[in-house]
Design a protein around this ligand. Structure first.
Ligand code: C2G
Length: 131
């Protein structure tokens, strides 16, 4: 069984996230999502609208996602790859090159980001239009 892992906050889930998860799942047979905890988001200088447990519940409902585990720190990726027996690490192209240090452990793939959508865009559009 080919296992894939990806990492992220996945706040205010949108079709860009779904595109990423769908393509990631299609690269193997099992997709693990390491979901940023609220505490780790602070280290990423991000705050999420939905808290970890809510974002986890949402991700677990997605057909492309087989397992959700917490992302608590930057340094956990190498351990995760051995712990979850991962064959492929996948993340969006905004991270291009940032995780090449994992290449001795597994395949590393950067997928093109979906243009025209982002969590911050959703927030901005809503606050401007009040819709
Ligand atoms: N993404 C995408 N297209 C978008 C928006 C997001 O492909 N329009 C992808 C990102 O590239 C990432 C995933 O969706 O692979 C989740 O996005 P974020 O929650 O913004 O992830 P990020 O905060 O970049 O977390 O240790 C790695 C970090 O936890 C990654």
């Amino acid at each position: 069984m080919k296992k894939v892992i990806t990492y992220g906050t996945f706040d205010l889930l949108h079709w860009g996230h779904i595109n990423l998860l769908k393509r990631a799942r299609e690269l193997g047979d099992y997709l693990v999502v390491a979901l940023s905890t609220d505490e780790f988001n602070l280290l990423k200088h991000k705050s999420s609208y939905h808290k970890y447990e809510e974002r986890k519940l949402i991700l677990e409902a997605i057909r492309y996602v087989d397992e959700v585990v917490p992302e608590k720190e930057w340094e956990q990726k190498r351990n995760d790859i051995s712990r979850y027996n991962i064959d492929t690490f996948v993340i969006g192209s905004d991270w291009e090159g940032e995780f090449d240090f994992l290449k001795d452990l597994c395949e590393v793939i950067y997928l093109p980001r979906t243009e025209g959508i982002s969590t911050s865009k959703v927030k901005e559009d809503l606050s401007e239009n009040g819709t």
